[in-house]
Design a protein around this ligand. Structure first.
Ligand code: IPM
Ligand code: MG
Length: 356
């Protein structure tokens, strides 16, 4: 089993180092190979996703990814910006199914900005389509307007689009996932305004005929954003498009106390996957040793489960993470009165100890 390790930028290197230590401790004989990605790769090779990195990722059974990005690259041409690395990996590996669980751990109920009773026991799964929608739709660019409110003015445009097979396959992923959970799927759209999402709704409804045991509801994205903070526990599986999923998954992360706790998995149709924390590179705290490594460690657990067929090892990691939380250890992002503040390395040490 081969794992491509791509730490990236900012806190990426620190948190991935802890996840790698955890994987090493499992003694499962993985082959792990590290490569540069994002801003780090741009500095060294002039491109955020060098050929060699892409090749390594394609050949591996799974990719463990840290985070990319730094404000200092915001002025680069778009194709050279660090974010293009993650978009390029998603596209080149066909990682269309993005799993973003939002789980509120018992000990972190009070770290959420919502009232504890709203989030206690929260366990929702956002399934975000990851290779289509306005993120990848062509054409896009800048031009001079020939119509609209200001003909003759400069304008920019993107294309929102989904094809039937793209919607069908992500809908199936969602219904299958719901079968292993509470059998409820909320499909989030904007069918009241957008053709793309009227089509989305229609296709999801058709696919649902194959899953009569699953309850399906449709919800507009603005309402979904509201319900997520009003009554989040009413959700089980949420399935939605690339852009709505980007936004709603950040919102959902806040229900759990910290985005520093949330892992994610992005899979293609052969279960090859990229695993990354849901948070970004946090350049403001990079190099300080205070970043929370748990989202990355939990992403490694998802990797073991989904791509490497090691369910038992995945559960060992998840149990170890719960144990360190029960011990009261907290990185600053989840710290509260009465708990023990620790840094990235200490948190990694504690997980290793709990594993043993
Ligand atoms: C995410 C991120 C990315 C996205 C960026 C970094 C391109 O926000 O994974 O949610 O928009 O998909
Ligand atoms: Mg995002």
């Amino acid at each position: 089993m081969k794992i491509a390790v791509l730490p990236g930028d900012g806190i990426g290197t620190e948190i991935v180092a802890e996840a790698v230590r955890v994987l090493d401790a499992l003694d499962l004989n993985f082959e792990m190979e590290t490569a540069l990605v994002g801003g780090a790769a741009y500095e060294a090779h002039g491109h955020p996703l060098p050929e060699a990195t892409l090749k390594l990722a394609k050949e591996a059974d799974a990719v463990l990814f840290g985070a990319v990005g730094d404000w200092k690259y915001d002025k680069l041409d778009r194709p050279l910006r660090p974010e293009q690395a993650i978009l390029g990996l998603r596209k080149n590996l066909g990682l269309f199914a993005n799993f973003r669980p939002a789980i509120c751990y018992e000990q972190l109920t009070h770290a959420s900005s919502l009232k504890p009773e709203l989030v206690a026991g929260l366990d929702i799964l956002i399934i975000r389509e990851l290779t289509g929608d306005i993120y990848f739709g062509q054409p896009r660019g800048k031009r001079v307007a020939t119509d609209g409110h200001f003909p003759g003015a400069d304008e920019a445009f993107d294309t929102m689009r989904y094809s039937r097979p793209e919607i069908e396959r992500i809908a199936r992923v969602a219904f299958e996932a719901a079968r292993k959970r509470n059998r409820r799927v909320t499909s989030v759209d904007k069918a009241n305004v957008l053709e793309t999402f009227q089509f989305w709704k229609d296709v999801v409804t058709e696919v649902h005929k194959d899953y009569p045991d699953i309850e399906l509801e449709h919800m507009y994205v603005d309402n979904a954003a509201m319900q997520l903070v009003k009554k989040p526990k009413a959700f089980d599986v949420i399935v939605t498009g690339n852009m709505f999923g980007d936004i709603l998954s950040d919102e959902a992360s806040m229900l759990t106390g910290s985005i520093g706790m949330l892992p994610s998995a992005s899979l293609n149709d052969s279960n090859q996957g990229l695993y990354e924390p849901s948070h970004g590179s946090a350049p403001d705290i990079a190099g300080k040793g205070v970043a929370n490594p748990l989202a990355t460690i939990l992403s490694a657990a998802m990797m073991l489960r989904f791509s490497l067929n090691q369910e038992e090892a995945a559960q060992r990691i998840e149990t170890a993470v719960k144990a360190v939380l029960a011990q009261g250890l907290r990185t600053p992002d989840i710290w509260s009165e009465g708990t023990t503040k620790v840094g990235t390395r200490e948190m990694g040490d504690a997980v290793l100890k709990a594993l043993a």
